[in-house]
Design a protein around this ligand. Structure first.
Ligand code: C2E
Ligand code: CA
Ligand code: CA
Length: 611
């Protein structure tokens, strides 16, 4: 059972008991018979001995043929003494060839014929066997045989001379071990090397002192948890697999892609490490995600945040460069995602500051550090206040007033925007209920508030707030931006329609800043379009005027109210009035003001321009 393909041979010395000569002893106990019947007695004794021997043989046969191992016993001349059924089945041996009395050479030759030892010759196998079977030596090895099976072979010398070989089919066990070894360094969902394996890859690729280093990109899917909460974990897995495939399509030979766990991937870009090359790869990755991903018959647009770091003289090893790239990635996510960020030494300080901000933000709601300010929306025709936009502020005990632009992206990442957003809605509706009808309140909604999780959904929350504050639903406006991805998500569209059924009006905020504002308008019958400040600021410039004119006429033809945000100057105001924009909002009328100022502003109609 040896051949050139043995995986390993582990001869082990074992002290052998000296073979004892046992002739003349018999295990049979025979009755003494009277002399007179000597011949008859002899015949009887022989018959009984024969019978007992037959029984012993039968028992032995039964035992060796029911054991799970294959077994073959050979004498010192390598002639087969005994061989069980399992061994013949395991090696596909013919019982007429592999039988007691056959020479081992015949057995090996037959074993070659049935395909157990591709490329081997009987002489070669026999020489190997002689090499293996040394007196007093035990030999174990595993051997690949036909059909891709693996057999563990164990030769033991016998006290009485000769050898016994036991064989076990370990194909399943070997496969399980191989799988366990594979899984220890691969991710089961994407089949990519895992974090542990990537660190090994980076170690191997680590540059010599003067050699060019490599770049490492850490990539995280933006809002992955929300996607899983809304679409289910099956979609999450498909998304991971698709992103893994797209990353694979962006890299070059020699680059390596790994799945670091969760929604994070790592890409080692082979040397040379230059910011330009790494950023080009990052741009390719972002670009490839512009094409929606199909999952379960629906499409999904995913974005990623990318952090880039370099293996160079500044870094001490793979763990260090991975940490730097991860840090840069988190800061890219803080900027709202869908972008790449190069690691810089100052990031450690930024990360520390972010960490502190995170701790403070987690406690801010309980510590009652939030406030809502209200900025009037003014009718261009009557100059009366039609409503107020509720704008969140964080009064930090040390930092002072923190802008929502600085903490809302963080609150979204930390999953805090839902409770904070609910608090804003409740506070603003309670406040608006004290204003005279029909003055409305507009509340900003984050995309995260649309994702379904355990607990009440957005529609239930709004319904409850309207009921408890007594505000009529028609006096509530909800502002969303294009980052609420309703084209790809039927559930979000359902939520918007359900909010509409509660009486609320839906406004499209920051119109014109997204990639597909016009097609976005088609996905839902919005009540209001808010023209982004960037266009208003450029008024009365030619291009901005043309854009405002186009949006206003589009709104008029669709029956949608148009609002201009960020109106700061009288020139801008005149341009907007000339273009027949319906409503105006901006510092020219009022900055966002505390709730206590609202009643006075409403009463002082028509509103005066701020000084
Ligand atoms: P936004 O919804 O586009 O809000 C308008 C922003 O423009 C506000 O900034 C407002 O103070 C500012 N603004 C108003 N008039 C003028 C003007 O004449 N000139 C200039 N330069 N700015 C003006 P703010 O309050 O800092 O809010 C920034 C953003 O934070 C908001 O942009 C909104 O996206 C977000 N935000 C504010 N409150 C909330 C909230 O309660 N929930 C959510 N999810 N987001 C909020
Ligand atoms: Ca807004
Ligand atoms: Ca806006």
């Amino acid at each position: 059972m040896s051949n050139a393909m043995s995986l390993h041979t582990i001869p082990r010395f074992r002290p052998l008991m000296p073979a004892r000569y046992t002739e003349g002893r018999s295990s049979l106990r025979l009755k003494r018979l009277p002399r007179s019947s000597h011949d008859r007695d002899n015949a009887e004794e022989v018959r009984l001995r024969g019978q007992e021997l037959d029984e012993t043989h039968a028992r032995l046969d039964a035992a060796i043929n029911t054991m799970t191992h294959g077994l073959i016993m050979v004498n010192e001349e390598l002639g087969v003494v005994l061989c069980n059924r399992q061994l013949r089945a395991m090696f596909k041996f013919d019982a007429d060839i592999v039988r007691p009395g056959a020479a081992m050479r015949e057995v090996l030759s037959h074993s070659i014929d049935v395909g157990n030892h591709p490329g081997a010759t009987p002489d070669q196998l026999l020489a190997e066997l002689h090499e293996l079977l040394r007196p007093g030596l035990r030999a174990s090895f595993s051997q690949n045989i036909q059909d891709g099976r693996v057999v563990s072979v164990n030769w033991e010398p016998l006290e009485t001379g000769g050898w016994m070989c036991t064989c076990e089919d370990i194909t399943v066990r070997e496969a399980a071990t191989a799988r366990a070894v594979y899984l220890a360094c691969h991710d089961a969902v994407t089949d990519l090397p895992n974090r542990h394996a990537l660190l090994g890859i980076l170690q191997t690729a680590w540059p010599e002192p003067e050699a060019p280093g490599f770049s490492l990109l850490c990539i995280e899917i933006d809002r992955f948890q929300s996607i899983c909460d809304t679409r289910g974990h099956c979609t999450g897995d498909i998304l991971l697999q698709e992103i893994a495939a797209r990353l694979g399509s962006c890299v070059r030979a020699g680059d390596r892609v790994a799945h670091l766990g969760g929604a994070s991937f790592g890409v080692m870009q082979a040397a040379p490490a230059t910011p330009a090359l790494a950023q080009r790869l990052a741009a390719r990755l972002i670009e490839t995600l512009q094409t929606p991903i199909r999952t379960e018959g629906r499409s999904l647009l995913a974005t990623v945040s990318i952090g880039i770091a370099f293996a160079d003289t500044q870094t001490s090893g793979p763990a260090d460069v991975l940490r730097n790239a991860t840090l840069a990635m988190h800061l890219a996510a803080d900027k709202g995602g869908n972008c790449a960020n190069l690691y810089g030494a100052d990031m450690d300080r930024t990360a520390q500051a972010r960490h502190e901000l995170e701790l403070d933000l987690r406690g801010a709601l309980d510590a009652r550090q939030f406030e809502v300010l209200y900025q009037p929306l003014v009718s261009a025709k009557t100059r009366t206040i039609t409503g107020f936009e509720a704008l969140l502020r964080w009064r930090h005990p040390v930092r002072g007033m923190v802008s929502p632009a600085d903490f809302i992206p963080l609150a979204e990442q930390l999953g805090l925007i839902r409770p904070i957003g609910e608090w804003v809605l409740r506070t603003a509706c309670a406040e608006a209920a004290t204003w005279p009808a029909p003055v409305r309140v507009a509340v900003n909604l984050s995309p995260e508030q649309f994702t379904g999780v355990e607990g009440a959904g957005l529609v239930d929350i709004v319904a409850d707030i309207l009921a408890t504050t007594g505000l009529d639903g028609t006096r509530l406006e909800l502002e969303i931006t294009e980052s609420v991805r309703m084209q790809e998500d039927a559930a979000t569209l359902d939520t918007l329609h359900a909010l509409r059924r509660l009486g609320a009006r839906i406004s499209l905020d920051d119109f014109g800043t997204g990639y597909s504002s016009l097609s976005y308008l088609r996905s839902f019958p919005f009540d209001k379009i808010k023209i982004d400040q960037s266009f208003v600021r450029a008024l009365p410039g030619q291009e901005a005027t043309a854009i405002v004119r186009a949006v206003v006429s589009l709104g008029a033809s669709l029956g949608i109210t148009t609002v201009a945000e960020g109106v700061e100057t009288e020139l801008q105001l005149q341009a907007l009035v000339a273009e027949a924009c319906d409503e105006l909002q901006g510092y020219l009328f009022s900055k966002p003001r505390p709730a206590c100022d609202a009643a006075g502003l409403i009463a002082a109609a028509p509103i005066q321009l701020a000084a």
